[in-house]
Design a protein around this ligand. Structure first.
Ligand code: AHM
Ligand code: MG
Length: 334
């Protein structure tokens, strides 16, 4: 039997493949792994927080009573800012970006993070996730960071990944050379390589959309979903958890398309370009899938604000192509 590969070993071995990369990125990825373990521990005891709180077991910082999304945000912030690699962080939980180390003068990388996505699912014990991506800084080292460091196109991502707090906890990431997944062994708190070289199956058979949005969605989306329903006899299935990481992960393994459309009242959709769409689009591309908004490749969008939203369609190529032909055959400007 071959030896199990830990996340740390995999990160170190991957660094050797890129001799031009300094140890900063390696350390940053390791830090994300550590923060993931801390958040995972807290997510797993979420249901107990109130009970233990009543027994008076909160710590000095009152952490048991903290909302989990705030806890996840502060944990990632604390660990990422403590290292030397990160110059600045954009978080879905923060109004503006955070500058580390003397206004971001040190550190080669900028991190974008949704610390706890799908947080409305916490109270009902449904899987949730963390989504992150890493960019190289644009401004030179020694100068303060500026907007341009944070508003980079998805094509500039160096790393993207997610952590899925599910029936098991997984960390899935890409550095632009394929996608690898690691599963945590809870007994020893270590991630092991469990899903090497992840690929979207060529033919996706799952469609994932909030059905309540359909009537207000673009005609192309309505037509596509109508076609999926008609193909039910051929094995197409609707599956929607309402937790993006979880829906994406299932579709990556089983093959499918996740859709969060523009609607009449929300023409930009709901999901955030920098924290949700771009990282998952990069992972999808590296896994042989694809991601688009209503008119273009997600990764090609030039962001104009940190928290901007985007319609989001991501998944298996055959289903993306099916959606594209719906855009072409309807009146929508695609
Ligand atoms: P959040 O960042 O506030 O958690 O919102 C994002 C979530 C995604 O995880 C999920 O896919 C989507 O919102 C569900 O939205 P809806 O309830 O409108 O279907
Ligand atoms: Mg989110």
């Amino acid at each position: 039997m071959s030896k199990a590969i830990t996340l740390q070993e995999f990160i170190m071995d991957s660094q050797a493949e890129f001799p031009f990369v300094s140890g900063q990125l390696t350390r940053l990825l390791s830090d994300i792994g550590v923060a993931a373990k801390i958040v995972n521990h807290q997510v797993n005891r979420a249901g107990l927080a109130g009970i233990l709180g009543q027994s008076g077991s909160q710590n000095a910082h009152n952490e048991d009573q903290q909302k989990l999304d705030v806890f996840a945000d502060s944990t990632f912030m604390r660990i990422l800012t403590a290292g030397k690699s990160v110059a600045g962080i954009g978080s879905e939980e923060q109004d503006d970006y955070i500058l580390c180390h003397d206004h971001g003068k040190e550190g080669k990388y900028v991190v974008m993070i949704d610390p706890l996505d799908g947080s409305s699912n916490i109270d009902v014990n449904v899987s949730i996730g963390t989504i992150f991506s890493i960019y190289r800084r644009v401004t030179p080292l020694g100068a303060p960071l500026s907007d341009q460091d944070f508003l980079q196109q998805g094509t500039e991502q160096v790393v993207a990944g997610y952590i899925l707090y599910g029936s098991s906890t997984m960390l899935v990431y890409t550095t632009g050379t394929g996608v690898n997944g690691f599963t945590m062994d809870p007994a020893i708190g270590e991630f092991f390589l469990s899903h090497p070289a992840m690929k979207f199956p060529e033919t996706g058979m799952i469609y994932s959309i909030n059905d309540a949005l359909l009537d207000a969605s673009p005609p192309a989306v309505q037509k596509f979903i109508g076609g999926c329903r008609e193909a039910q006899g051929l094995g197409l299935k609707a599956r929607y958890i309402g937790s993006l990481v979880t829906d994406f992960h299932r579709n990556l393994i089983k093959g499918g398309l996740y859709l969060y459309p523009s609607t009449k009242s929300n023409p930009e959709g709901k999901l955030r370009l920098m924290y949700e769409c771009n990282p998952l689009a990069f992972i999808a591309q590296q896994a042989g899938g694809h991601a688009e908004d209503d008119s273009s490749n997600i990764l090609d969008i030039q962001p104009t604000s940190l928290h901007q939203r985007s319609p989001f369609y991501v998944g298996s190529l055959n289903m993306i192509q099916g959606l594209r032909s719906c855009w072409m055959s309807t009146a929508d400007p695609k």
